[in-house]
Ligand binder design. Structure first.
Ligand SMILES: C[S@@+](CC[C@H](N)C(=O)[O-])C[C@H]1O[C@@H](n2cnc3c(N)ncnc32)[C@H](O)[C@@H]1O
Ligand code: SF4
Length: 385
């Protein structure tokens, strides 16, 4: 039986520019010193939305997410024109969640009312730290005061807001993080994203670590960071619903749930990924990453796709497992079986359960335990084998 949430359809729109590049970040974000021709981008977004809707018509959009990069550098009119294009080609549900990622500076906060008027009803702010020295080290352009002021404006402007923090930073101890997290929770609404610092290849942080100038926590310390995060958030009524995301029950980010529950979504803009159901097959789509090349492709061909592949049953089932086991709610083993054409092996489940890494809930769902979350990749690999 299909439920309303089974039919969720999300639209992701990527804004690929930032004012400066943070030294830890490997997202598809670019710094441009010349002015960005936003009207040209808005036309290209509309063209790509039209081309995608021609392939997956008659959808009801449950969520839209402007991600980046720094979408809060967009003019509200660009956001409005893009939402208008979504509404022209699909139906936007009356209760749709429309999120925009924002950097927490005063300039950006001054655009919040414009975004609300354009149809945005949720913002996600990249606060990253509440400590000025740490913010400098992370290469951020805002200080803690400015970030908290932007949170205040978000709270006054939108029905829902969230902010991101990065922990396990250089020279941070788990006890320091506990104090910072409690301060953050005092400012938080109903949702927080808490990411353990990842050292991504080919970033300046990677080079610094290789040169011995940036220490990252050993396994036990990383575990202590993770445990502190769970304890402090659960005590504040914001338990983890996903490995890095915390919310009061009912306040989860519905757009991200589209990914983790392996529902359908369109990826619009440079370097965006999509999953589209066409003629009974699930297509994995990806667009050209370089912003100017993406623009030229869209202008020449009506879309910026560089890959579009129907997933095999096995690929689809593995993806379902990988994404679904990130969620505290876990997965329905029957859905895996119907995607893969085979069941998960009971012996492997039993072994992992014995090790305390997974559990089966009363209603038959399979989920990773809190103790198992830090070992998620190994657990998924074991189950999928
Ligand atoms: C697309 S980014 C950011 C949105 C916005 N541009 C900003 O920086 O505020 C989404 C989030 O990913 C997190 N992030 C990015 N790179 C990371 C890394 N290497 N380790 C941990 N978290 C990271 C940050 O918390 C960031 O807010
Ligand atoms: S973390 Fe955000 S602001 Fe920094 S480079 Fe990445 S996308 Fe841009």
């Amino acid at each position: 039986m299909r439920t309303a949430s089974d039919q969720a359809f999300g639209v992701y729109i990527h804004w690929p520019f930032c004012l400066s590049k943070c030294p830890y970040c490997d997202f598809n974000s670019h710094v441009r010193h010349a002015a960005i021709d936003e009207a040209r981008f808005a036309r290209a977004f509309a063209a790509e939305i039209a081309a995608t809707a021609a392939r997956v018509p008659s959808r009801t959009v449950s969520t839209v997410f402007f991600g980046g990069g720094t979408p809060s550098l967009m003019q509200p009119a660009t956001v409005g024109a893009t939402l208008d294009a979504v509404a022209r080609h699909w139906t936007i549900a009356a209760d749709a969640e429309v999120t925009l990622e924002a950097n927490p500076s005063s300039v950006e906060a001054s655009r919040f009312r414009g975004y609300r008027a354009a149809g945005v009803n949720r913002v996600s702010l990249g606060v990253q730290a509440l400590d000025d020295t740490a913010l400098k080290q992370l290469g951020r352009l805002h200080n803690a005061r400015e970030a908290l002021d932007a949170v205040k404006v978000a709270r006054a402007t939108f029905e829902r807001y969230s902010f991101d923090l990065i922990y396990a930073r250089p020279r941070q101890a788990p006890q320091d993080w506990a104090v910072e997290l409690r301060r953050a929770l005092a400012e938080a609404g109903e949702h927080l994203s808490l990411y353990q610092l990842t050292i991504e290849p080919e970033t300046p942080f990677h080079a610094l670590r290789a040169a011995g100038k940036l220490a990252t926590p050993d396994e036990d310390t990383a575990r202590a960071f993770y445990d502190v995060t769970q304890e402090v958030c659960a005590a504040a009524g914001l338990p983890a619903y996903e490995i890095s995301n915390h919310a009061r029950p009912g306040a989860e980010c519905r757009h991200n749930l589209v990914y983790w529950r392996a529902h359908e979504y369109a990826g619009i803009g440079p370097g965006a990924h999509g999953r589209l159901d066409i003629d009974g097959e699930r297509h994995a789509t990806a667009t050209e990453k370089r912003p100017e090349s993406w623009l030229m492709r869209v202008e020449a061909m009506g879309h910026g796709l560089i890959s579009d592949e129907a997933l095999t049953r096995e690929e689809r089932a593995d993806e379902f497992l990988l994404m679904g086991l990130r969620l505290a709610e876990g997965i329905e083993p029957q859905r895996y079986a119907s995607l893969a054409g085979r069941k998960l092996k009971p012996r492997r489940i039993a072994q992992l359960a014995e090790q305390g890494a997974v559990e089966t809930t009363a209603d038959g769902r399979l989920r990773v335990t809190l103790a198992g979350f830090p070992l998620l990749d190994a657990v998924v690999a074991d189950l999928a084998a």
